[in-house]
Design a protein around this ligand. Structure first.
Ligand code: URA
Ligand code: SF4
Length: 208
């Protein structure tokens, strides 16, 4: 199971995005509405990698436009990161869900989905060549660093690591959905503040 045979070699972001509409690299394409590729500036210094599109993203075909995406936009603004500074994508390009009545409930992608979809992420890394990759949550980090990655132990640090596309500078932080899930009040404020602080660290690491 792999997207590799659908990924055009040496393609720029627009070429990759077009090619991804045909991907059958794993079974997730079938129940989903459409592929959700990426957004933002393909020449940005920061690449933000989420987990997978959610319900809103699946319907609109654009990453980070639902509630988690709105929280992320607020956090980026508070951290002083401008829209031109970021390219945003996901470790898995189709929405994985289970159906409960008429509702579609997010289902965490498995390691085999992360692996199957990774050729897209690798191709994006090769063409965007970001100065720093921000992994939003454990799935993105596991895709690039392996399934033994533990977010709580390593979050918020700029790391230099060997990855399937060679050495990368990375920083892992909370997924905005995890922040959304914390109940309103001090716990939520602390989680949101932690995300903002990590995004500030990322911005500093690529400045100057
Ligand atoms: N969560 C993600 O990880 N990615 C999106 O695009 C939306 C929500
Ligand atoms: Fe291809 Fe990734 Fe979609 Fe699977 S999730 S079909 S590998 S684009």
């Amino acid at each position: 199971m792999s997207a590799a045979e659908w990924v055009p070699e040496g393609g720029d972001v627009d070429t990759l995005r077009r090619a991804a509409t045909d991907c059958r690299g794993c079974e997730l394409w079938e129940p989903a509405t459409q592929v959700v590729f990426s957004a933002g500036n393909p020449a940005a210094p920061l690449m933000l990698v989420g987990e997978q599109p959610g319900d809103s993203e699946d319907r609109r075909g654009i990453p980070f436009v639902g509630p988690a995406g709105q929280l992320l936009q607020r956090a980026l603004a508070e951290a002083g990161v401008g829209v031109a500074d970021v390219y945003v994508t996901n470790a898995v390009k189709h929405f994985r869900f289970t159906e409960r009545g008429s509702r579609r409930i997010h289902a965490t992608p498995q390691i085999n989905h992360l692996k199957a979809c990774r050729p897209w992420l690798e191709a994006e890394l090769q063409t965007v060549r970001p100065r720093l990759v921000v992994c939003l949550g454990a799935s993105a980090a596991k895709s690039l660093l392996g399934s033994s990655f533990r977010l709580t132990a390593e979050r918020g640090q700029v790391m230099e690591r060997e990855t399937p596309v060679g050495p990368l500078r990375l920083l892992a932080t909370l997924h905005p959905s995890a922040v959304l899930r914390t109940p309103a009040g001090p716990e939520h404020d602390e989680a949101f503040g932690g995300l903002v602080a990590d995004l500030r660290t990322a911005a500093r690491a690529v400045a100057g």
